[in-house]
Ligand binder design. Sequence first.
Ligand code: FMN
Length: 181
Amino acid sequence: MSKILAFGASSAKDSMNKKLASFVANKIAPREAILIDLNDYEMPIYSDDRKRDSGIPKKAYDFKNLIKTSEGIIISFAEHNGSYTAAFKNIYDWISVIEKVVWNNKPMLLLSTSPGARGGKSVLNSALARFSQESEWDIPSFRLPNFNENFSEELGIVDNKLNVDLNEQIKLFVSQVNEHQ
Ligand SMILES: Cc1cc2nc3c(=O)[nH]c(=O)nc-3n(C[C@H](O)[C@H](O)[C@H](O)COP(=O)(O)O)c2cc1C
């Protein structure tokens, strides 16, 4: 059974992006979803000097191993000041010095949400542009604006059009996961 790694790229305990990543990962059952919390991978802020003096932290290798052993990856990005959260960026920086192909060419589904109308548009576009450079896949993506109005814990995505859009992107992701196996 293929394992899908899923996480919200946020360190907030009550993160809306964690909720969205978890909701989407559970929609692709019966595949097993490995839901992780970025707080479990907190490390000193990346610096070349730290890397030289102390080496790459074990948590970075642990995170990298999760990527390697997955069959697909779902990330939902929180946007801080138009970009990645510091929690995500630090992990990204550390794993990017382990090996060049950071996401190991796994099929990915990239999501974002925020309380506002842009739904994390800038961070999602950055991630798509960057990750596409090293991926053989046409990476599916979905952006959920106005999370508090458009998402319900019981019903999921309440807006019909957004729901249709998401399901199309999930379908594309699942077909890539199947192709990859
Ligand atoms: C330091 C900081 C910067 C933020 N910058 C943005 C931003 O640039 N764009 C945006 O849509 N929301 C921004 N927000 C609001 C976040 O979208 C909001 O906190 C949301 O809950 C983050 O998702 P999360 O719950 O998954 O952490 C910012 C919040 C913080 C604390």
